[in-house]
Ligand binder design. Structure first.
Ligand code: HEC
Ligand code: HEC
Length: 236
């Protein structure tokens, strides 16, 4: 619904009901929430994870490139995602009912389990990570954005938030993430169909990137190049 207001002789249209993305998440990083998210029992989590294996892989490496790997993920970041699925602040047909079926204790236990899984799993499993190496020119485009960003367009380096240089509370690791999943999320942030990022860093950054850059970044992370020391991957 639109309300028409006349101010200083000009017509202003004001949306009367707040857009759903005005409140990105009900999670705040209070000491209480940080303690709740960090207090899980990984053993109990490993039993609960039997319900997740089918899609996220027995070792936290998914066999499908559009489903995220959860192995070694920062505990707080996946705790927040499960809370957001539960409150429908992050939309996903498979994940909303699954997250709703978990108790707060289940969520803490399962995130503690996935956070402990090694990033280099047993080669016998059927993971798709790491994917194909990108062509050198595209890898260089991505490496530049990961390491330096683009000051002219106001894009900060990806690694300033996603590591390895610095981690912020609740920021997901991209080091061992599937390329198709990374691309889907960048596109969803750019179109604002994913809107659960507090203070909008990802909706802003993803929309500033070109389609080609989003693809190059997804290929870069999906090939495992994010695991290499900063800046070394573009020169290969
Ligand atoms: C039917 C398949 C399926 C099952 C079962 C499943 N997931 Fe998921 N999960 C997905 C998909 C697909 C996504 C990505 C959603 C999207 O595209 O935004 C996802 C996303 C997630 C994320 C967000 C990860 C990130 O990097 O942001 C977490 C955390 C998660 N799932 C945890 C779980 C847990 C814990 C269980 C078991 C209790 C589980 N999932 C069971 C399919 C599944
Ligand atoms: C200012 C900090 C910041 C910068 C810089 C940043 N990100 Fe993010 N990113 C975040 C946060 C915070 C989230 C988690 C949002 C949420 O709570 O769901 C996120 C989430 C993501 C996700 C979804 C991950 C998942 O597991 O669901 C992808 C993909 C992503 N960022 C890619 C990038 C890329 C590529 C760049 C560089 C072009 C970048 N980000 C730069 C803060 C940042």
């Amino acid at each position: 619904m639109l309300t028409v207001m006349v101010a200083a002789g000009s017509l202003i249209l004001v949306a009367s009901d707040a857009a759903p993305d005005r409140i990105p998440s009900f999670v705040t990083w209070s000491a209480e929430n940080i303690a709740a998210a960090s207090s899980g029992d990984a053993f109990r989590g490993s039993l609960l994870a039997k319900r997740c294996d089918h899609c996220h892989g027995a070792e936290g490496f998914s066999p499908v490139a559009s489903t995220p790997n959860l192995a070694g993920m920062n505990m707080l970041s996946i705790w927040k995602q499960l809370e957001d699925f539960r409150s429908h602040k992050r939309r996903s047909r498979p994940m909303e009912p699954i997250a709703e079926s978990l108790t707060p204790r289940d969520v803490a236990d399962v995130v503690s389990y996935y956070a402990e899984l090694p990033v280099f799993p047993d080669p016998q499993d059927n993971r798709v990570f790491p994917g194909m190496q990108p062509e050198a020119g595209r890898a260089a485009v991505a490496a530049r954005l990961v390491t330096f960003g683009d000051g002219e367009r106001g894009i900060p380096p990806c690694q300033s938030c996603h590591g390895p240089v610095a981690y912020r509370v609740g920021v997901p690791s991209l080091m061992a993430q599937n390329g198709d999943y990374v691309l889907n999320q960048l596109e969803m942030f750019a179109s604002r169909s994913r809107f659960n990022d507090i203070n909008l860093p990802m909706r802003t950054i993803a929309a500033l990137l070109s389609e080609d850059e989003r693809r190059a970044l997804a290929e870069y992370y999906g090939a495992g190049l994010g695991l290499q020391p900063a800046g070394s991957s573009g020169s290969k």
